[in-house]
Design a binder for this molecule. Structure first.
Ligand SMILES: [Cu+2]
Length: 120
């Protein structure tokens, strides 16, 4: 009798595990977000940001729009997140959404990529 209960429990645990696994793979579907890039200046900036974002684990595609000053990023939400994308952009010298650019990285940008009216 005890064994039967144990066997039933095992089946339940395995079924729950499979359900979780299915749930996980459903969650890993690609997510697309738009990140604001208010300090974007030129085509060099586009290239720098795209390169930085592509290096983030889980990013599937990135497309920066210079006129709109946005980056459309498709990523696996199981592997990365919007804050991680923002961090990569900030560390490449650009502001991302409401996060300011890393000042050291910003100073290293070519002059054409710096914000013209910035006090820095
Ligand atoms: Cu630039």
């Amino acid at each position: 009798m005890k064994f039967r209960i144990f066997a039933l429990l095992s089946v339940f645990v395995i079924a729950t595990g499979v359900a979780n696994w299915i749930g996980c793979s459903a969650k890993s579907e690609a997510t697309t977000v738009e990140v604001k890039l208010p300090t974007l200046q030129c085509a060099v900036c586009v290239n720098t940001v795209e390169t930085a974002v592509k290096q983030v684990d889980g990013v599937q595609s990135v497309s920066v729009d210079l006129n709109a000053k946005t980056a459309k990023v498709t990523f696996d939400a199981e592997l990365t997140s919007v804050p991680a994308l923002e961090k990569a952009i900030v560390q490449s010298g650009y502001a991302a959404n409401d996060t300011k650019a890393d000042s050291t990285a910003y100073q290293q940008l070519p002059s054409c990529c710096k914000v013209p009216d910035a006090a820095q």
